[in-house]
Write a new protein. Structure first.
Length: 116
C-alpha cells in the first residue's frame, strides 16, 4: 500500500478540521489547510510545525467553484501533488484499499424500529 504524502483539509476550523490536520501531520503527511480566512489558520500551522510537521495555510471559500479549483492548483504547485483531500471524514482515509464508497452516509447510532 502506498502511503500518502500530501493532504488537504478544506474547511479547517478549530474543531474537526484542525484535529484532522494534526492527525495527518502526526502520520507524517504534509498538510495543507484551507478556510475562508487563512489568517485564522496561523496558530494551527504554527502548532503543527512546532511539533515537527509540515503545514501550509490557504484561503478559500469552498462555496465558490473557481476558488476551489485555484486552491487545488496552488496546493499542488506550492506543497505537492495531492494524495488525500478531506472535508471532514478520517474513517474513509483509514479504510482498507479493497473497500470503496461513492459517498459517506451519516446515520443515527440507534434507529427506531419501523413496521412496513
Amino acid at each position: 500500500m502506498t502511503v500518502p504524502d500530501t493532504a488537504l483539509v478544506v474547511g479547517a476550523g478549530e474543531s474537526l478540521g484542525a484535529a484532522l490536520a494534526r492527525r495527518f501531520a502526526c502520520e507524517g503527511l504534509k498538510v495543507a489547510v484551507a478556510r475562508r480566512n487563512a489568517h485564522k489558520l496561523e496558530a494551527l500551522v504554527a502548532e503543527i510545525r512546532a511539533a515537527g510537521g509540515a503545514a501550509h495555510a490557504f484561503g478559500c471559500d469552498a462555496r465558490r467553484e473557481g476558488e476551489v479549483a485555484e486552491l487545488f492548483a496552488r496546493v499542488e504547485r506550492e506543497v505537492g501533488a495531492l494524495d488525500l483531500v478531506v472535508f471532514n471524514y478520517w474513517a474513509i482515509h483509514r479504510q482498507k484499499r479493497s473497500a470503496w464508497t461513492f459517498e459517506a452516509d451519516l446515520r443515527r447510532w440507534v434507529e427506531p424500529l419501523t413496521t412496513f
